[in-house]
Design a protein around this ligand. Structure first.
Ligand SMILES: [Zn+2]
Length: 407
């Protein structure tokens, strides 16, 4: 065996197995057993908690600082990608071995650089450019001239079925792993409201069809119930935010096997610190309603059996003590504190459930899975706040973080 992690209290992504040993060979988990076998490298995890590497299923690796997203239009991608590469190191140190970028062109280059070993970071599952309608959430500002918005915005535009087919194919051609669409207005875009539906059933259906042809799926940003429902009926697989969902829509999600990423972190951030970090005025005005509502939506989602996955929606550095890039475990804490999940449910949302939803081969400690494992000096299954106490990180069977230091 290449690597052994011995004597730790193991959570496999679904349940706590208790004290056992994990053996790794060729980057994969080879054996989980109480037997004491030899390995080239051995880690003694006595009194430690051992679990799959954390997954942030909704992030934007934009490389900007401060809460005004308009900077995405005004900072050059070459610069943003360099900044975001530093974010990746922080994410890895904090225990994240996989992130899903839900819309950001620079994430495609970052993904390639991580895969080729040029930079250090978690595995990236990337949407590339998200798809927006004209006068949609993906425009951020609706006051700038449309031509300006189309050329500098972070989104791909589509209006009408033909146009959506073309946009979907362009995004997939760029190398995207899945397609992200905006199915309602949002908080951080200027003049659209979270409750406004965006894109039609036909437009979304056509986009889903293009994704399915290459064996992938569509993730939909949706706050309002009406737009969310249209997107779910059109065949999307992961619903992002879902802040204003009604009970019937949550039940439909269970039927159609659509997951919910409540993104509590971004809402908490804008609610508590929006003004301080420079969120545009329109964002501050829209945050209260969605933040107020989501807490109840998560509790209902849990009751009906919707699969909940952890995603922060962090898209900029804040410089704050509690909510910032590299502290993305905040989502699990908020799922417990504001969403009413048990610590174990929040850990599942951050590992196995997220991996199933986003199409990742980690997130579960089982034979044949990628050996993406973290060691925590604490017990987050008892106290969720201990999820912030990662000391070592193993990615693809190699120790990449030891005693909180990047190797
Ligand atoms: Zn987002």
């Amino acid at each position: 065996m290449d690597l052994a992690i011995k004597n730790g209290k193991v959570f496999n992504g679904i349940e706590v197995l208790g004290k056992t040993n994990i053996y790794v060979e060729n980057g994969k988990i080879a054996k989980i057993t109480n037997e004491n076998l030899n390995a080239n490298v051995e880690i003694d995890a006595k009194d430690m908690f051992v679990m799959p590497g954390l997954i942030d299923a909704h992030i934007h690796l934009s490389g900007i600082k401060g809460g005004s997203l308009l900077k995405i239009m005004f900072e050059k991608p070459e610069y943003r990608v360099l900044k975001a590469s530093k974010w990746l190191e922080k994410l890895l140190i904090s225990g994240f071995t996989t992130v899903r970028d839900c819309g950001e062109i620079v994430s495609l280059a970052l993904k390639r650089a991580v895969n080729e070993g040029i930079i250090k970071g978690p595995k990236i599952i990337a949407a590339g450019k998200p798809i927006t309608q004209t006068f949609g959430h993906g425009e951020l500002s609706h006051d700038v001239p449309l031509e300006f918005s189309m050329s500098l915005s972070f989104s791909e535009f589509c209006d009408g079925v033909e146009s959506c087919i073309h946009a979907a194919r362009k995004v997939l051609r760029d190398g995207s792993d899945f397609i992200k669409i905006f199915a309602t207005g949002g908080v951080l875009s200027q003049r659209d409201k979270p409750e406004n539906p965006q894109l039609s059933f036909e437009e979304i259906r056509a986009t889903v069809n293009e994704a399915e042809k290459v064996n992938t799926y569509v993730a939909a940003h949706a706050h309002g119930d009406k737009g969310a429902r249209i997107a779910i009926e059109a065949g999307i697989k992961t619903l992002e935010h879902g802040t204003l969902l009604r009970d019937e829509t949550l039940k439909l999600m269970v039927q159609k096997n659509v997951t919910l990423t409540p993104t509590l972190t971004i809402q908490e951030l804008i609610y508590k610190y929006g003004k301080q970090i420079g969120v545009d005025e329109w964002g501050l005005q829209k945050i209260n309603t969605v933040r107020e509502s989501i807490s109840n939506v998560v509790k209902k989602a849990k009751e009906y059996g919707v699969t909940i996955i952890a995603g922060t929606d962090l898209g900029f550095e804040t410089g704050l003590e509690d909510i910032d890039i590299g502290k993305n475990w905040m989502e699990a804490i908020l799922l417990v504190e504001r969403g009413g999940l048990t610590p174990l449910e929040a850990l599942r949302a951050s590992t196995y459930n997220a991996s199933l939803a986003i199409g990742s081969n980690s997130g579960l400690i089982d034979t044949g899975k990628d050996a993406d494992i973290i060691i925590i000096n604490g017990d987050p299954s008892e106290n969720i706040k201990d999820i912030a106490k990662t000391i070592s990180v193993i990615k693809d069977g190699k120790i990449v973080v030891e005693n909180k230091k990047l190797l």
